[in-house]
Design a protein around this ligand. Sequence first.
Ligand SMILES: [Zn+2]
Length: 254
Amino acid sequence: MKLGFSPLTAGLTYRQSFDLAAELGLFLEIAYDQHEMDPRLPGARELAEMGRAAGVGFSLHLPFVDWNIASLVPQVQQLSLQRTQQAIHFGAEIGAACGVLHTGLVPLRLPEAVVHAGQNLHRALHQLELAIPVALENLGLNGTDLLETPAELAALLETHPQYGCCLDVGHALIQRGSHGPQEYHRLLHAGLIHFHLHDNRGSWDEHLPCGAGVVDWAWVRRVLQEFTGTAALEVTGGAAGVRQSVALLRGGKG
Ligand SMILES: [Zn+2]
């Protein structure tokens, strides 16, 4: 398993992040939204060069800010699809191991809206050209997320087998309780290509360093031992939060 971290969640600049990643042998999970919003950030070619120079690889979080690939507003849906496709090409240019994709929102949860949003999601997943492996991430954090259960994500992946799955252990804990990560893993392990690793105390998406909440890290470590994909830390707490999490996952206690 290859381990990495998100500079966005850690609150680190790229310079700080490349240094830390090179020192600890980690990859970086790039947040495409930041690159859309901040023209000062390096373009794909420059970022790829920075990675080569530092010996640091990438994964990519595809857009999720002001984004809804299942939107019932056609213009919003279309723009979300276009941005996602551009991000996938960006991911190919930086040589990202995979891209992580959310599964859309239903801001106004009427029965009819849920049906149509689901159809939009299916159509979008069908239309995207996957220049890199793309992993659908479990959310279900509140009533606006389109998918509400692990079974729905499993069914979606069955319908679209060209996609992999990203298991976010922190999200699973909040959504399904203390055995949420195991429940998702049982259902989805065949298609798992990526993990999101962070901790919380079970009630909200705190993105704490690993070990600072109630995620069962002994279980996560056992699962990761046999896992051949990538796992990105999405932890707050700066370099210290990343170091603490890496130490726990690479053989500390827990
Ligand atoms: Zn995540």
